[in-house]
Design a protein around this ligand. Structure first.
Ligand SMILES: NC(=O)c1ccc[n+]([C@@H]2O[C@H](COP(=O)([O-])OP(=O)(O)OC[C@H]3O[C@@H](n4cnc5c(N)ncnc54)[C@H](O)[C@@H]3O)[C@@H](O)[C@H]2O)c1
Length: 289
């Protein structure tokens, strides 16, 4: 398939990620159909588009004509058949459950035209765990957007061993056309690129805290004022939730059996006290004031 032949995009899932990926594609000129099994989610997504586009016009980020075109380009539906039957490129952003995704891919393989690429936005599932549910393994690829997808520029494209060069190239090009900055991972790896880098920084930050080398605020300030990060690892952790960090670390420990993967004592202490970060008013920082 030539890049110019990509005209119709199907997005599967209209949740947090899906509706924003779909809208970004519509703003960038693609005809987009976005499907979900939840009527409520579809209605919410449709309303989001109605609210978002006038705001962009007001801020002069889009002309009225561009906003009207984007609105005309996007449609929400509860029918996967309708969404995928004429798709040249599918971006799947459905719930993060492997068996569910495999079923969706088996269905997409039947519905979508043979030339269509099937890309998954999964944060953790590599496409080789899904590709064999289809008869087009060379066209099943990871295309990992970041939240919020309308704002964040980075997209990680992962070229698993089964992915053809053509699929990886077309996916990279589509990211650029969608005004994103794609990075190519030449191999599948747990956590992809950025989450691995963040995990390493966070692990080191936690170690420095536990070892009594420095306090939370000073470690965060080192990252902000020395490395130019928008926020430090502890502040970021307060936003994403200490509960999530605790659960993920325990899960990793269960898998690896490596004590180094256990949550650190200070993290456990906060978790036990229900101090999950900003959402509970306290985490590494105190937000009660
Ligand atoms: N939330 C994030 O920060 C983030 C970031 C990057 C990637 N992701 C990945 O994006 C994907 C979606 O995550 P999310 O945060 O948008 O989840 P979400 O729960 O907000 O949305 C998932 C949607 O998928 C829908 N769905 C379930 N089964 C379906 C089916 N058979 N057909 C169509 N739709 C179906 C659900 O109804 C739901 O609306 C996941 O794979 C996740 O790992 C999430």
């Amino acid at each position: 398939m030539n890049f110019e032949e990509i005209k119709n995009i199907c997005v599967v899932g209209a949740g947090n990620m899906g509706h924003q990926i779909a809208l970004q594609a519509a703003i960038c000129g693609y005809k987009v159909k976005c499907s979900d099994i939840s009527k409520e989610t579809l209605e919410k997504a449709d309303k989001f588009v109605d609210d978002y586009l006038p705001g962009r016009v007001k801020k002069e980020r889009l002309t009225q004509e561009q906003a009207d075109q984007a609105r005309a380009n996007i449609r929400f539906t509860d029918s996967l058949q309708e969404a995928a039957e004429d798709a040249d490129f599918v971006i799947e952003a459905a719930t993060e459950v492997l068996e569910l995704k495999r079923k969706i891919y088996a269905d997409l393989d039947q519905i979508a035209p043979k030339h269509a690429i099937l890309a998954t936005n999964s944060s953790a599932i590599v496409s080789s765990k899904i590709a064999d549910a289809t008869s087009r393994q060379d066209k099943v690829v990871n295309m990992h957007f970041f939240n919020p997808a309308l704002v964040m520029k980075l997209v990680e494209v992962v070229k698993g061993p089964h992915v053809s060069k053509e699929t990886a190239d077309l996916t990279m090009k589509l990211c650029e056309k969608m005004k994103k900055v794609p990075v190519l991972l030449k191999k599948e790896v747990d956590g992809f690129l950025l989450n691995r880098i963040f995990a390493a920084i966070t692990k080191e930050a936690m170690w420095l805290l536990e070892s009594g080398v420095a306090e939370v605020e000073d470690i965060d300030n080192a990252c902000i004022y020395g490395a130019g990060h928008p926020m430090g690892p502890f502040r970021l952790n307060d936003l994403t939730g200490l509960d999530l960090s605790y659960i993920m670390k325990m899960e990793k420990f269960r898998e690896s059996g490596d004590f180094a993967d256990l949550p650190t004592p200070r993290l456990v202490e906060h978790y036990i006290k229900g101090e999950y970060g900003e959402k509970t008013g306290k985490g590494w920082y105190d937000y009660s004031k």
